[in-house]
Design a protein around this ligand. Structure first.
Ligand SMILES: Nc1ncnc2c1ncn2[C@@H]1O[C@H](COP(=O)(O)OP(=O)(O)OP(=O)(O)O)[C@@H](O)[C@H]1O
Ligand SMILES: [Mg+2]
Length: 356
């Protein structure tokens, strides 16, 4: 059977129309979505050199989730966290956290956002705490900026330290704490004002395995007991293997997501953005010799992706028209194709090639 008989070409809105629709907010994220980034772009310009750190990144995180963010060095993870924390402003796209539009915040709102809505834990243990304050004083400090009544602060700080398993550290200064203890105090500081989101950029990066496990356990406790949504950037497989969802960033975009059903079952998916774009795994691109143009077909239960030149002979010519010339130079000997169901495809590789 020739491909034209069994498949109908997909007639989709143009990419420009889809982007316009996403911008116009005609397709709002579901109500549970706490973090919604769409087509996020961040370009850094230094001394005439332009770096596109985020190149149209999409990320949606539901309230209460604990998500790991992984990716090669330079892929844009810290840039994303900088934006979500309110420290940096994206060049384009949309970023909303707990109803705040991060591209539109004024200076005063941005400060309030950083004090109340997000908490942050950095990789460098020394950057998270003031060295001349005790653990308890460090945790009480952010409460001053949100006008928590003075007499409530000690009890709230101690409760937080106890929840995170470091009550015994409360009267010690950072110099008297191990790296892991410092990071757990930092999580308490980040949680001091009951933020909706806790962002952690490689919080276990400077720690040994045992201390890293304790810090991860504290993040999990913050997620479960305080109800805060947690997003952790990590290179640590010990962390990413234990969360139910791991998002991989590649070249400034979300490329794949791994959903873990339990300790032994995990499934990796390609990510379909709200504009309808997805990245094909590089191994598929190579195996089927896909390049530049591919033909999409709507099959009964899935979408087919096929080398553009493979079914040219079966494609009806427009009346009086000429057959289009394949411009990618492939010879068409293989019947290269890949397919995807419901917009996602199980993948086994994090290296992806892009199909738009
Ligand atoms: N302030 C800046 N000025 C110019 N370029 C920047 C700036 N911050 C980040 N970049 C560039 O943006 C890209 C993404 O950097 P980013 O720090 O987000 O990567 P990362 O994924 O966090 O990497 P790592 O795993 O090494 O921490 C890199 O090419 C980096 O050099
Ligand atoms: Mg980083």
């Amino acid at each position: 059977m020739n491909p034209a008989e069994r498949s109908t070409p997909v007639t989709a809105p143009s990419l420009a129309a889809l982007e316009e629709r996403a911008r116009a907010g005609q397709d709002p994220p579901p109500p549970d979505t706490l973090i919604a980034c769409d087509s996020l772009v961040r370009i850094f310009r230094t001394e005439g050199v332009e770096v596109q750190a985020l190149q149209g990144l999409d990320l949606h995180v539901d309230e209460g989730e604990m998500t790991a963010l992984v990716g090669a060095s330079g892929s844009g993870k810290s840039t994303l966290l900088g934006i979500l924390s309110g420290l940096d402003v994206p060049t384009a796209g949309t970023a909303r956290v707990a109803g705040h539009d991060l591209l539109a915040l004024g200076a005063r709102e941005r400060l309030a956002y950083r004090r109340r809505t997000v908490g942050f834990v950095w990789q460098q243990t020394g950057s998270n705490l003031l060295p001349y304050l005790t653990a308890r004083e460090n945790v009480m400090l952010p409460m001053r900026y949100t006008r928590v009544p003075r007499r409530q602060r000690p009890a709230r700080a101690e409760e937080l330290l106890a929840t995170l398993g470091i009550a015994h550290c409360r009267d010690r200064r950072p110099g008297e704490l191990s790296g892991g203890e410092q990071q757990r105090v930092a999580i308490a500081v980040a949680g001091a004002n009951e933020p909706r989101v806790l962002l952690a950029d490689e919080p276990t990066g400077e720690l040994d395995t045992a201390s890293g496990a304790e810090v991860f356990a504290a993040l999990r406790r913050a997620n479960e007991h305080l109800g805060v949504t947690v997003l952790i950037v990590t290179h640590d497989a010990q962390v990413s293997d234990q969360v139910s969802r791991t998002v991989r960033i590649r070249d400034g975009r979300t490329s794949t997501e791994t959903l873990r059903h339990d300790a032994t079952r995990a499934e990796e998916f390609a990510v379909l953005d709200r504009a309808g774009r997805l990245q094909l795994p590089r191994e598929y691109v190579e195996r089927y010799a896909l390049s530049r143009r591919v033909r999409l077909t709507a099959e009964t239960d899935h979408v087919g992706v096929r080398r553009a030149q493979d079914d040219q002979s079966a494609t009806a010519l427009p009346p009086g028209g000429e057959r289009p010339v394949a411009s990618d130079g492939a010879d068409g000997r293989d019947s290269g194709s890949s397919s995807t169901s419901d917009g996602s495809s199980g993948t086994s590789s994090s290296n992806t090639g892009e199909a738009r």
